[in-house]
Design a protein around this ligand. Structure first.
Ligand code: 13P
Length: 254
């Protein structure tokens, strides 16, 4: 993990109700009180404001994250939410380019780039998610797909802004399937991603940028994934909904 501080995100996706969300945060503020890794949780939009208040009342270092955002600052965009509105309720980090937004909702690289830049221009942090589909992996295109999604996603993002960018490598075939990339396969993809960052920016930016692995990370496989030199933590879906599992995963990161 080099000298990069490990970073673990919990992406709750479209799960939990208000009571369950509050209970989960309450438990996590206790169990994650003294971990050294950086932690963020990304609840559904309706719960952000109250969970943000709950986290600050508890004096917790857990960051409040959003799963999505729109790139325009205000106006007639029914159903969308702006960066300023997220910031207003205490959001510090925003996911962009998640595979479910790319492949289920149909977001383009251009839209993902606009969202990424809007978040960074407003001073917040981004977790830019990338990753290949199974047919792309089988065709040997993993590194090319990741490089393309990085190039598009980060277009116009400055080297200085990269200090607030984390990359999440989430192979689409590993998300929610129980199939995890082997530590060696994940490491190979992460090393290639870091090379692309060096190409797009420079060695310094590449060495400083954290790259999370996501896709069926569980309490029993987190440690060997996080032990890889280019894996700097994880982006966790299903297992982030359970206090014990998420706590064990964060502890495995450091
Ligand atoms: P799972 O951990 O449920 O596979 O989800 C990963 C993910 O998509 C996190 O963003």
């Amino acid at each position: 993990m080099a000298d990069r501080k490990p970073f673990v995100g919990g992406n709750w996706k479209m799960n939990l109700n208000a009571t369950e969300a509050e209970q989960l945060v309450s438990a996590l503020t206790t169990t994650l009180g003294d971990v050294s890794a950086e932690v963020a949780i990304c609840p559904p939009f309706p719960y952000l404001a109250s969970l943000g208040r709950q986290l600050s009342a508890a004096g917790s270092a857990i960051k409040l994250g959003a799963q999505d955002v729109y790139y325009q600052s205000n106006g007639a965009f029914t159903g969308e939410v702006s960066v300023a509105q997220l910031k207003d309720v205490g959001v510090q980090v925003v996911l962009t380019g998640h595979s479910e937004r790319r492949h289920v909702i149909g977001e383009s690289d251009v839209l993902i780039n606009a969202k990424t830049r809007a978040v960074l221009d407003a001073g917040l942090e981004v977790i830019l998610c990338i990753g290949e589909k199974i047919e792309q992996r089988e065709a040997g295109q993993t590194d090319a797909i990741n490089a393309g999604q990085l190039g598009y996603g980060l277009a116009g993002v400055t080297a200085a802004q990269m200090e607030r960018v984390t990359i999440a490598y989430e192979p689409v075939w590993a998300i929610g399937t129980g199939k995890t990339a082997t530590p060696a396969d994940a490491q190979a993809a992460h090393a290639a991603i870091r090379k692309t960052l060096a190409f797009l920016y420079d060695e310094k930016v590449a060495a400083a940028t954290r790259i999370q692995y996501g896709g069926s990370v569980k309490a029993n496989n987190a440690a060997e994934l996080f032990a890889q030199p280019d894996i700097d933590g994880g982006l966790i879906g299903g297992a982030s909904l359970k206090t014990d599992d998420f706590t064990a995963i964060v502890q495995a990161a450091g």
